[in-house]
Write a protein that binds this ligand. Structure first.
Ligand code: ATP
Length: 246
């Protein structure tokens, strides 16, 4: 479904992503892991085109998307979250979610701010996520974890085929973590393809069908979680990072 070929992103002399190739198979949960600074978020940014790659190709369902603009990529069925929530504090949760609905064509520019069909869709998503009670809460009043759930809801407004989740478990408490794992699993079972960047190994091992490991901008391992966990190159990359940090 999603194929990344020889992707590079250089910042001056820094090769943040350096010839990275991997695929996220349709209907599966693929994890992109690696030590801090490995290039995971930069790869996500290049795939979703919030950042232009230096070189390389990104294909979605057999069509090249690396030259498209972010909203065109969303329209093709790829949506993503960010490490830091991008909600607007002075709007309600419902408004935040409805405003993520894609604008289709120039007629879309003339539509009312809260079209009833989009409000109904947003309410359905909030119900699916078990957070209907937050619909009319101001974005400013949400806890960190509630913002994560709202981001999740907003992501689903564009009817994606594949979602890219950037550290969905980052900083959340154990009970919310279980909730998030449940949502990801349920969405995947409903047919959604998932690519996930995450440091929480418990989540990775429990959820992923396949794990792609990056270090220093390159893919150093790729396979089922139980295989990657034992890979000496992976252990070395993590241990190296730990030693550097010590
Ligand atoms: N805008 C930028 N300008 C310069 N260097 C950058 C920029 N963005 C990222 N980098 C560098 O690129 C490298 C990869 O960063 P990136 O954030 O993609 O790693 P990561 O694997 O997502 O790390 P983490 O797990 O800590 O989020 C790092 O050395 C980082 O400092």
């Amino acid at each position: 479904m999603l194929t990344v070929t020889n992707l590079c992103k250089h910042f001056g002399g820094i090769r943040a992503v350096d010839g990275c190739s991997f695929t996220a198979e349709a209907g599966k949960i693929t994890a992109l892991i690696g030590p801090n600074g490995a290039g995971k978020t930069t790869a996500f940014n290049c795939i979703s085109r919030t950042m232009a790659p230096t070189s390389g190709e990104v294909w979605l369902d057999g069509g090249r998307i690396d030259h498209l603009r972010p909203h065109e990529i969303t329209a093709k069925g790829l949506s993503r979250t960010f490490q830091i929530s991008r909600n607007l504090a002075d709007m309600t949760v419902l408004e935040n979610i409805v405003c993520q609905a894609p604008i289709r064509g120039w007629r879309g520019l003339m539509k009312p701010a809260m079209p009833p069909e989009e409000v109904a869709k947003a309410e359905g998503i909030l119900e699916f996520l078990g957070i209907s009670r937050l619909a009319h809460e101001d974005g400013a009043n949400l806890s960190y974890g509630q913002k994560k759930l709202m981001d999740f809801a907003a992501l689903l407004m564009s009817d994606p085929k594949i979602i890219l989740l950037d550290e969905p478990a980052g900083g959340v408490n154990p009970s919310l973590l279980e909730e998030i794992i449940g949502h990801i699993r349920k969405l995947n079972e409903a047919g959604l393809t998932v690519l996930i960047v995450e440091h929480n190994m418990d989540l990775i091992m429990r959820l992923s069908h396949r794990v792609v490991v990056m270090a220093q901008g390159q893919v150093i391992a790729d396979g089922p979680p139980e295989m990657v966990r034992e890979d000496p190159a992976v252990l070395d990359a993590y241990l190296g990072g730990a030693l550097e940090a010590a």
